[in-house]
Design a protein around this ligand. Structure first.
Ligand code: RB5
Length: 142
């Protein structure tokens, strides 16, 4: 599995912990930035990740900002992207099974690192159900 990850300044510290965790899992990750805690614009990094997902360069994307909201709004403007803002494990599992979400968004000011890593593991380890009804519903918007 290949991943792309991006953040703004609000998500930079959490992204460092996520990168360590993904490395320990042996997952290949493209980190598109940002690369420090200086103030920056989250849509820039959202677009870098969604471009990699839409190109098929990576299988899934992870976006982290302060709330996760800006990242999810920006990501979902891109055709082909199904970005899910998840701050609990149930939603992370359900959005893979039901929505075939291809980008996970989180807010570093909302969840601690421990929960964030559980959410990420759940998202990555849950396959799409392939149920006809879910395929049909997704087809309305992607
Ligand atoms: C940055 O202060 C903050 O607005 C951003 O990280 C994000 O929460 C936007 O949705």
């Amino acid at each position: 599995m290949k991943l792309a990850i991006g953040c703004d300044h609000g998500g930079f510290e959490l992204k460092k912990e996520v990168l360590q965790h993904l490395a320990a899992r042996g997952i290949e990750v493209t980190d598109v930035g940002c690369n420090d805690g200086a103030s920056c614009d989250y849509p820039v990094y959202s677009k870098k990740v969604t471009d990699l997902v839409n190109a098929g360069t990576v299988d899934l994307g992870i976006l982290i900002c302060g709330t996760g909201i800006g990242m999810s709004m920006a990501a979902n403007k891109e055709p082909g992207i199904r970005a899910a803002l998840c701050h609990d494990v149930f939603s992370a599992k359900a959005t893979r099974e039901h929505n075939n979400a291809n980008v996970l968004c989180m807010g570093a000011r909302v969840v601690g690192a421990g929960l964030a890593l559980m959410i990420i593991d759940t998202f990555l380890d849950t396959p799409f159900s392939e149920d006809e009804r879910h395929i049909r519903r997704i087809s309305y918007f992607s």
